[in-house]
Design a protein around this ligand. Structure first.
Ligand code: ATP
Ligand code: MG
Length: 299
């Protein structure tokens, strides 16, 4: 395994933010450099070590989806090709190549646009308690991991660093960004999910749920931001192992979460993951990339 890039270091560029996984730099007045490091977070806590090349896999998978989904909604992507980026960026090619996007600077909407096609995770927990998901009532008698009759838009807040996102009813979003934009975001998020989910299903992968972020561009157009439909922002299940009424095997950070849970780590603790957890997670990420795109990632 190569060594993971835990943090980018590009002193000639203006660092705007380090998220849990990404480092964001300002390139000029209208564009940003969006760098996916190899950091891994679980339960909203960043682990001590990273997963080598994970940032490259996430970046290249997002680029694939931006292309496939462009007829539903344009994305913030300008280029993923380091040779097409300004010289101020190219000087850091050793760190950045394959894991960086030049993107249009957007005004990001203050919500996470989650779409769920199946009932699992926090949605299943809420449904068992209250018969709802994000306070949206669902029919009685749903089983764990059952497909919903239609995909559901279940937005959440975008939490500050160290906080957890909170599910909110779509009406709450209307109070934040207005009814018209909320309806457009909901319909677009569902259309994006449906197109991606039917594509993935033909390749043996169920896209269970996913999180989109949207922004408004300089022309006032709704635009896809952030990463899309990666194993960090989505749940993927192998279709051939799917059965309703129980937990599913998955392609995402299951190995990381299971390791933390099995060893009774406090959910707030950042730990060093053992080699086998890193290797297993990396091979899942490569596996899902290859199944979805039909190609190997460039690592
Ligand atoms: P997580 O995704 O795990 O919740 P995070 O929110 O801390 O982590 P990262 O994914 O590490 O964030 O960093 C990406 C940040 O960049 C997010 O805050 C996202 O809203 C923001 N962002 C994404 N695309 C754009 C864009 N085109 N213009 C401005 N900001 C953007
Ligand atoms: Mg993010």
């Amino acid at each position: 395994m190569s060594s993971p890039l835990l943090q980018s270091d590009c002193p000639a560029l203006k660092l705007i933010a380090r998220g849990k996984v990404r480092d964001l730099y300002e390139v000029d007045a209208t564009s940003l450099l969006f760098v996916a490091t190899d950091r891994v977070s679980a339960f909203d806590v960043v682990m001590k070590n990273g997963i080598p090349d994970k940032g490259k896999i996430l970046t290249q998978l997002s680029v694939f989806w931006f292309g496939l989904l462009a007829d539903v909604l344009p994305s913030h992507l300008i280029t993923a090709d380091i040779d097409a980026m300004p010289p101020s960026v190219q000087q850091y090619r050793g760190q950045l190549a394959g894991r960086s996007l030049l993107v249009r600077k957007l005004t990001i909407l203050p919500i996470e646009a989650i779409v769920r096609g199946y009932i699992t995770g926090s949605g299943w927990a809420e449904y068992q308690r209250k018969g709802t998901v994000s306070d949206i009532p669902l029919p009685a008698g749903l089983q764990q991991c059952q497909a919903l009759a239609t995909p559901l838009f279940t937005p959440s807040t975008k939490a500050e660093i160290g906080q957890h996102d909170e599910n909110i009813h779509p009406d709450k979003v209307k109070e934040m960004i207005g009814a018209e934009l909320t309806d457009k975001v909901a319909a677009t998020a569902i259309a994006l999910y449906q197109k991606a989910a039917s594509y993935a299903r033909e390749r043996g992968i169920i896209i269970v749920d996913t999180k989109f972020e949207f922004g408004i561009d300089a022309q006032g157009q709704l635009t896809i931001a952030d990463e899309v439909l990666t194993p960090d922002s989505s749940r993927f299940w192998p279709l051939d192992a799917y059965a309703v009424g129980r937990e599913q095997e998955s392609f995402d950070k299951q190995f990381v979460r299971n390791y933390l849970l099995d060893n009774n780590f406090d959910k707030q603790t950042s730990v060093a993951l053992p080699d086998h957890v890193i290797r297993d997670t990396l091979s899942k990420y490569i596996d899902v990339y290859t199944r979805l795109t039909g190609q190997q990632p460039e690592l």
